[in-house]
Design a protein around this ligand. Structure first.
Ligand code: IPE
Ligand code: IPE
Ligand code: MG
Length: 249
């Protein structure tokens, strides 16, 4: 474990890691348990991953916890997930403070139950000046919704004369997204062996490195995170250039 961690080059850490935490239901099913048990066990993985990222000095960690599409799940499962959200934030507030973690949320927050919104706002307020890891939880999130919402607000600002339509470029567009001010993820991890994005951060991941892990989310631990980072560090990110050009830079 220590050896694995030592193989990480601290000078080349991804500044922002995003994770699609998938596989809770299958993990539970394989054990003859209810899907909700899988979500509950997923909390241990969240805690370990947040701790691991913070210890390494990763600046931003975004966790996809609930998509807009997830509202289509059975009510019983949705209710359990919302309750789990509140109880986890409650029990983890002290740890977030102790570890200097700043909490943020991205998503269509208005669609969340009031109990969740109030708890989130409370802890976002308490941790706002923390300067260690920024933990961004994607809740009731959909990238297409986020992009369409940004386009609508840009249109409003053009109509009111606040901005000139000819000034709109990708940087201005990014300012209207929920991730305004947050650097794009350099590494995206999806667990559970699925190879898709499920409407996550479509704009922001234009040049993100993808890492797919077969591990179901409840089994994901720091060592899995370390492996993903080591894999990331072995890659050559060319951003359109040739390998030879990069060697001259
Ligand atoms: C991810 O696990 C958690 C959420 C989407 C809330 P799943 O619940 O999607 O687990 P699988 O994919 O059914 O195994
Ligand atoms: C994506 O997982 C959303 C989260 C991890 C919160 P899903 O399990 O909902 O994705 P699909 O529907 O299988 O693509
Ligand atoms: Mg899933």
């Amino acid at each position: 474990m220590t050896e694995l961690k030592d193989r990480i080059d601290r000078s080349k850490l991804p500044c922002h890691i995003a994770i699609i935490m998938d596989g809770n239901g299958r993990w539970a099913k394989e054990r003859g348990s209810h899907r909700i048990f899988g979500h509950q066990q997923g909390v241990t993985a969240v805690k370990d991953t947040v701790e691991g990222a913070g210890e390494l000095g990763v600046k931003y960690l975004t966790l996809y916890a609930f998509s807009k599409e997830n509202w289509c799940r059975p009510k019983e499962e949705i209710d359990a997930l919302m309750e789990l959200m509140v109880s986890t934030i409650n029990s983890e507030t002290e740890t977030l403070i102790k570890n200097n973690v700043r909490l943020l949320v991205i998503g269509d927050v208005q669609t969340l139950p009031l109990s969740v919104v109030e708890k989130l706002n409370e802890v976002i307020g308490i941790t706002r000046n923390n300067s260690g890891l920024t933990l961004i939880v994607a809740l009731s999130y959909s990238a297409r919704w986020e992009i369409a919402d940004a386009a609508r607000r840009i249109a409003e600002d053009v109509l009111s004369g606040k901005i000139d339509k000819d000034s709109i470029d990708h940087e201005i567009f990014s300012d209207y997204l929920l991730t305004n001010g947050i650097p794009d993820p350099e590494l995206l991890i999806r667990t559970s062996g699925e190879y898709r994005l499920s409407n996550f951060l479509l704009w922001q991941i234009a040049y993100t490195e993808m890492y797919f892990s077969p591990t179901y989310w409840p089994d994901f631990r720091k060592e899995h995170l370390y492996n993903a980072i080591i894999d990331f560090q072995l890659r050559e990110r060319r951003f359109g250039k040739t390998s030879e050009q990069l060697k001259c830079d």
